[in-house]
Every structure is written in C-alpha cells, then in structure tokens.
Design a protein around this ligand. Structure first.
Ligand code: SAH
Length: 251
C-alpha cells in the first residue's frame, strides 16, 4: 500500500490531524473580532476531518467552505456536520490549497490550522491574500520556535522537516511584509499536542499495524511518529504551533 493511503488510514478516524484544540480555535475567533458579524463567508483550508470547521460553524453566523485535497477526510467531516445539524453551514470542497476555488476578494476570513506548511507560510499567505476582502481576517497556525535558542537535536530535526520554522516575531514580520496587519498571536499549549493529537494517535498504532500485517511501510510510519513524539516530549519548551490572526490591509 502507498504511504499516502497508509497515512489516510492512520489519521482518518482521528478528531484532528495535527496539534490544536477547540478552546484554541474559539480563542482565535474571539481575537478575530468576528463574533458579532452576520452572514460571514469563511474558508477553512487543509481542514482534515474538520475539528476547526465544526467550531467555526457552531460559533459564527457563517457559511464555512472546508477545503482539503483528501476526500476521505472531508467525508468524515460531512458525517460529523450532519450529526451536529451543521450541514447547512458547512460545504466541503476537494481542492488543493495552491489552487483554491474562490473568487478574488470574496471571503471575510480564512482559517487554517496546521496545514499552511504544505505550501510554506510565506507562499501560502501570499497566495491566499487575494481571496480575502480588504479588511478580511487570516487565522493560521504554524510551527513556531518559542525561544531564540534551542537544543541542537530539535533544531536539526525541524530544519530538515520544515526549514521555514521560525520565531513568532519572524512570522509576524512576514505577515506585515505581505499586506497583513497582526491582530493576535498565541502559542498552542502542550495539551494541544499531547492530549489532543499525539496520545490519541498512539492509541491507534496497534490496530493500524495489525490492519497492515506489520508491513515495513506501516512499521516505518509508526517509528517515525514515535520519534517525533519523543522529540516533542523532550523539547516542548522550545517549539509549538503559533496561532496568528491578522487583517488584510485595505488599500
Ligand atoms: N486542520 C486539520 C488538519 C491538519 S493536517 C487539523 O488541524 O486537524 C494537514 C491537512 O492538510 C491534511 O488534512 C491534508 O490532507 C491537508 N493537505 C495537505 N496538502 C494539501 C494541499 N496541497 N491542498 C489541500 N489540502 C492539503
């Protein structure tokens, strides 16, 4: 089985496919200043099975378009949306984040948790900006150094996996250089990684390995995840996802 099919199989039944939390999505909503707005049009890019999409649809008077390039994940979101009677507010779209199916200046807000790294932070915000109305909100979470200096093993790992990892001040500068005005930042706390993402994933490993007869590829995926988890546990003081909320400067 291809690695992508294995990754889908490992992550499809999860609530989240990356670190995050419902409270943290709600905090980003509060910081966005959109709570009292009516008739919003919002996109949630790289939504996975839609943990943040469901919060947005619950909390805001909004039509939310949930975009991911994996139909299997969107299918899980559709089931959850129907169960919660949110299906009138949530539309799913299979699309790539570098070719979004929106009209220019049509969206009040773009949310994206733990996904913009697939394009790269700078490329992503440059590409997505045109879909926001002037004054529209961008809310993204992105791998972020919490300190200026870090242990070498952590630096080496993430510089190889994602060379764009940087401090919040550097990420905010990129937003400012690309026509955004920062309105809020907070780092995700450890429970967003451990309780909400890594522990539930670890609980799925045994069944995952047995579904795939301990194949070399499945075993390698589990080993790589365990390595990343152990590295995080040793270094949680130095790295997290930062949540960045910014407004498109109106020209
Ligand atoms: N936002 C979700 C999922 C984060 S994982 C959560 O926080 O739980 C990253 C997601 O981005 C995955 O669902 C993956 O399928 C999606 N993705 C990766 N590359 C993509 C691309 N080029 N276009 C659209 N979605 C992509």
């Amino acid at each position: 089985m291809e690695d992508i099919a294995l990754l889908i199989d490992l992550h499809r039944d999860a609530k989240r496919q990356g670190p995050g939390g419902d409270d943290e999505t709600r905090l980003s909503i509060s910081l966005s200043g959109l709570r009292d707005a009516k008739g919003l049009k919002i996109a949630d890019i790289g939504c996975g099975t839609g943990a943040s999409t469901l919060v947005l649809a619950r909390e805001l008077d909004a039509a939310v378009t949930a975009v991911d390039f994996l139909p299997d994940f969107l299918h899980q979101l559709e089931i959850a949306a129907t169960r919660e009677h949110l299906d009138q507010r949530i539309e799913t779209r299979v699309a790539s984040m570098d070719a979004l199916p929106f009209e220019y200046e049509s969206l009040d807000a773009i949310w994206s948790e733990g996904a913009i790294y697939n394009m790269g932070f700078a490329e992503g915000i440059k590409a997505w900006r045109r879909f926001l109305k002037p004054g529209g909100i961008l809310a993204v979470s992105e791998l972020t150094w919490l300190t200026r200096d870090r242990p070498e093993e952590l630096d080496r790992y993430w510089m190889q996996e994602y060379p764009e990892v940087d401090t919040a001040s550097a990420k905010i500068a990129i937003l400012e250089q690309n026509g955004f005005s920062p309105v809020g930042y907070f780092p995700l706390a450890r429970h967003c990684w451990l309780d909400n993402y890594y522990r539930p994933m670890q609980a799925r490993f045994a069944a995952f390995l047995s579904r795939h007869d301990n194949s070399d590829s499945a075993t390698a995926i589990v080993a790589a995840e365990q390595e990343e988890i152990a590295l995080y546990e040793r270094n949680a003081a130095y790295v997290s996802y930062g949540y960045y909320i910014a407004r498109r400067v109106s020209e």
